[in-house]
Design a protein around this ligand. Structure first.
Ligand code: UGC
Ligand code: NI
Length: 180
């Protein structure tokens, strides 16, 4: 698996790759109209891109929430030290300001090692839906303050586990030189 990790004696560097449906498939869905065929509704006035992602929130008496996140941008490179997961529900992020953002994920399991990490950069129009239990870094907005619609789970139970990445020494996240 291409982790786009380069290991140097003193630090591990993680490079963000362009987000694609195929590369993200093991972690959840990419929310995009690109490559999807719409249903024509409302007397032909609207295209419905139907069921792009599964909102999975019913476990243990949960329910779906629609939230707005107003995120401050991070400057890259940045050091990642921990990851989180939501064992009781999915979590979707949809940008409202057409700004790219960074998605860092790792496969479902009990621990996260630096080599497990995958980083992606969105194209500004794409959203993501993290499947229940998928490790991810909390929201990483870029360049400018940005608003997101977030669909996730409300209800009883502890729905957020946080673990250090490896020994917690940190993984440096950066963009390829060719990226904005
Ligand atoms: N804490 C919260 O609501 N958001 C995080 O789960 C996140 O993934 O950004
Ligand atoms: Ni989260």
């Amino acid at each position: 698996m291409n982790t786009s990790l380069e290991t140097h004696p003193t630090r591990i560097r993680l490079r963000a790759q362009p987000l694609t449906v195929e590369a993200f498939a093991e972690f959840g869905e990419v929310i995009t109209s690109d490559g999807n065929t719409p249903l024509l509704i409302n007397d032909g006035m609207t295209e419905r891109f139907h069921a792009l992602a599964l909102v999975d929130t019913g476990d243990h008496g949960g329910h779906a929430l629609i939230n707005l996140f107003h995120a401050q941008p991070y400057a890259l490179p940045m050091t990642l030290s921990s990851m989180e997961r939501h064992p009781l529900g999915s979590q979707a992020f949809m940008p409202l300001d057409a700004q790219p953002f960074i998605v860092v994920v790792a496969p479902i399991g009990e621990h996260v090692e630096p080599a497990d990490l995958r980083a992606f950069i969105t194209d500004g129009r794409q959203g993501v839906n993290y499947r229940r239990g998928v490790w991810h870094h909390s929201l990483i907005a870029l360049n400018t303050p940005a608003r997101f619609m977030v669909v996730d789970r409300g209800g009883p139970g502890d729905n957020c586990d946080v673990v250090p990445i490896g020994d917690g020494a940190g993984v440096v996240l950066e963009l390829d030189e060719t990226q904005p």
